[in-house]
Design a protein around this ligand. Structure first.
Ligand code: MLT
Length: 312
């Protein structure tokens, strides 16, 4: 009988699915392979950083219950013949909803307005007057008729692009690797930029949905900011490392970037002005976690039972 371990993915359905497939399943919140079971055949992981781990000879597969695989040493796995799966599309709807909610909320200064209004507690009869002052301070912009640039038109980017059209935005997308399948899934109203510069020059809002690779690391930097419309809002629900933080701070100070909305705050980002930060919750919904867990569970089960490698 094969054995798999799971870390943070604890969905009953997944466990049942795998158990039905005749596999032993071990799970633990704090993930220590040696403590959980010896020599698992496969590991399912969400956020645990696996770069410093040594893998036993028996390990055949790692499934990431999520889109990005940057917490997994893919090259090392390839060298050792360990198959790495991810779960493309399984959390796309969750991220899309988060992006669109943040797009509208940031454009209407909702986050800042809510926090500020809460500080009026204790002001007694002054509250209505103070509210009037806030009304001016937090006046926002409508997204209708504005241009949204979507970088990366994979599962998440395509959903964001299509739904932004329904919100009356003009949408321009860029993806040098777009697949035919994705192209068919895109609304005909999504304009395709031939170069990323074209997107930068026309977007009022930019949302990025690319994996973190050597090519995309730091893609938001002084040079690219200088191609953008002044006051552009940038939404990053992909990976923090896509942004050069020193250059972002300068761009926010000068107003080239009007707002930076990110799911990947750190000490530097938290200090910057005009940032809206969330704690990496773009894909954190009950539905998406279940979808990812089920997809990853099936991938492992099928692979261990039949040798079939299907990354979907
Ligand atoms: C992903 O890679 O799928 C996302 O970052 C979601 C997550 O891991 O929380």
């Amino acid at each position: 009988m094969s054995t798999i371990t799971l870390d943070t993915v604890k969905k009953i359905k997944t466990l049942n699915n795998i158990a039905e497939g005749g596999l032993n399943v071990f799970q633990k919140d704090t993930f220590m392979v040696d403590n959980v079971c010896e020599n698992p055949d496969a590991i399912m992981v969400r956020s645990f950083n696996m770069h410093s781990m040594e893998f036993g000879h028996q390990l055949k597969a790692i499934a990431r219950a999520g889109a990005g695989v940057n917490n997994i040493p893919v090259d090392k796995c390839t060298e050792q013949g360990i198959v790495v799966f991810n779960t493309p599309g399984a959390n796309a709807n969750a991220v899309k909803e988060m992006v669109l909610a943040s797009l509208m909320a940031s454009s209407r200064n909702l986050f800042a307005g809510v926090s500020w209004t809460k500080t009026l507690e204790g002001e007694g009869e002054q509250v209505p007057q103070l509210v009037e002052a806030g009304k001016k301070q937090f006046a926002g912009k409508e997204i209708k008729g504005k241009t949204l640039g979507v970088i990366g038109l994979g599962a998440i980017g395509a959903l964001v692009a299509n739904d932004a059209i329904a919100l009356d935005m003009d949408v321009i997308g860029f993806d040098p690797f777009i697949s035919v399948d994705t192209a068919w899934n895109l609304s005909r109203n999504v304009q395709r930029a031939l170069t990323i510069e074209e997107l930068f020059a026309s977007a009022d809002y930019i949302t990025v949905h690319t994996p973190l690779t050597d090519d995309t690391r730091g893609m938001f930097n002084q040079a690219t900011f200088s191609m953008m419309k002044p006051g552009v809002h940038i939404l990053n629900f992909s990976r923090g490392e896509l942004v050069n933080e020193t250059d972002m701070e300068t761009a926010l100070e000068s107003g080239i970037v009007g707002q930076y909305i990110t799911d990947f705050p750190n000490e530097n980002v938290l200090k910057m002005k005009n940032t809206v930060c969330t704690p990496h919750i773009g894909a954190s919904t009950k539905e998406s976690e279940e979808n990812c867990a089920i997809m990853a569970g099936r991938q492992i089960r099928d692979f261990l039972q039949t040798g079939n490698i299907k990354n979907s």
